[in-house]
Design a protein around this ligand. Structure first.
Ligand code: DQA
Length: 146
């Protein structure tokens, strides 16, 4: 089985972007962590990042038939995008909502997630370590299914 790990806007700047909030780990470091976890789980993985909502939606549509599930760090679109929510509702794939920071402990506007209701669960607050945790969770959720 294969997982899509999809990162949204500004996550390409990880490492230099507000390190007091997001740490100094780069997106490449995160990808390396995910590669190691994929090897440990015996799954395939495709790691993507886009700053564009429509590109993210296209990647989610294209995941159908290719991936067993998606780990999504939607960045700020989490708090604004009905279109991403609708995409998740439409693709019939399990999606885990992921955030590096604990969005519940930050500004009020970050405490509203449009995507939580249509995701199977959320992992947030553990920094880069959340990615392999989410992969573990998705793998266990899928169990023995395809
Ligand atoms: C984030 C949290 C969002 O509120 C923020 O807009 C991001 C990153 C996180 O990983 O903690 O871009 O998704």
């Amino acid at each position: 089985r294969s997982f899509l790990i999809l990162n949204g806007p500004n996550l390409n700047l990880l490492g230099t972007r507000q390190p007091e909030v997001y740490g100094t780990t780069t997106l490449k470091d995160v990808e390396d962590l995910c590669t190691a976890k994929a090897n440990a789980l015996g799954v395939d993985m495709v790691f993507e990042q886009s700053n564009h909502e429509g590109v993210m939606i296209d990647l989610m549509h294209d995941a159908r038939g290719k991936h067993a599930g998606i780990i999504l760090n939607a960045g700020a679109y989490t708090h604004s995008s009905v279109a991403l929510m609708d995409a998740i509702s439409s693709i019939m794939l399990p999606v885990i909502e992921l955030h590096l920071s604990n969005i519940h402990a930050r500004e009020a506007f970050r405490q509203t997630s449009y995507i939580s209701k249509v995701c199977i669960g959320q992992i947030c607050g553990f920094g880069a370590a959340g990615y392999p945790l989410a992969m573990q969770a998705l793998n266990e959720y899928l169990g023995d299914s395809a």
